[in-house]
Design a protein around this ligand. Structure first.
Ligand SMILES: *Cc1c(COP(=O)(O)O)cnc(C)c1O
Length: 235
């Protein structure tokens, strides 16, 4: 299967899942999670019509950006962002998915402010309560939104989650449903600089399940590019 064929297949599955949930397929964005795929393969995905590209590692993103990998699609940062790399990402990534602590929110706002920008972010929620994952606990989300709303150069555009690794996609449904409830409950409250536009959840193995539970931004890697070969030299 080519990258274009994979994208077409993912779009079909997205449309079917959206219609089954009584949703408009057009309201759901497909992000290509392009880690470990070189600039040429990223361009193929963009030509095939993905809505955005997402990278996990700052260094890899900068290298591929210099090669023109992302021309024609918005670039998002979807990885764990270390505070000392914020300067390299603010302004380059249109949306930072993994805003996972107050310290990071504050740093992003400070860097953005110094450049006269406003940076869009999603709050990452540790929906499975996993010790190995970062993110705000579900019950911390309202206070985190209030905190973010007071920062001058930041705009929260929604929530993001990576649920625990499960044997079967249906097992993620309770986590996705909890995210949907958080998204709706907190979307009703009015904070400055907060608009609950995006619910980023669902990956290759479970995006139809995520769409059934309200996701409107799914992040698909191997389902578009094929399996990643860990241990092979980086592209
Ligand atoms: C790699 C990655 C994805 C995509 O994973 P696949 O299972 O290959 O679709 C999605 N989200 C994040 C944060 C990732 O790091």
């Amino acid at each position: 299967m080519t990258i274009a064929e994979n994208v077409a297949l993912v779009r079909e599955n997205m449309a079917r899942a959206a219609r089954a949930a009584g949703r408009d397929p057009g309201e759901i964005l497909l992000l290509a999670a392009s880690k470990m795929n070189d600039a040429d393969r990223v361009r193929q995905a963009i030509l095939a019509g993905v809505d955005a590209c997402g990278e996990n590692r700052v260094q890899e993103m900068l290298e591929k950006q210099a090669q023109g990998a992302y021309e024609g699609a918005p670039l998002h940062f979807i990885g764990h962002l270390q505070k000392n790399k914020v300067k390299q990402v603010v302004g380059l990534a249109e949306l930072i998915h993994g805003a996972d602590s107050r310290e990071l929110l504050e740093t992003v706002s400070r860097v953005a402010e110094s450049r006269g920008l406003v940076q869009d972010v999603l709050l990452e929620v540790n929906i499975g309560g996993e010790l190995s994952k970062s993110g705000f606990a579900p019950e911390e989300v309202p206070a985190a939104l209030e905190y973010a709303a007071a920062l001058p150069a930041l705009r929260v555009r929604g929530l993001m989650a990576i649920p625990p690794v499960c044997a079967a996609p249906e097992e993620n449904r309770p986590f996705f449903l909890r995210m949907q409830k958080l998204f709706i409950d907190n979307g009703g409250k009015k904070y400055d600089n907060v608009s609950m536009d995006f619910l980023s959840m669902g990956m290759s193995g479970d995006y139809t399940e995520a769409i059934a539970c309200g996701a409107n931004l799914i992040r698909v890697g191997s389902g578009i590019f094929g399996p990643r070969h860990y241990g092979a030299p980086a592209p």
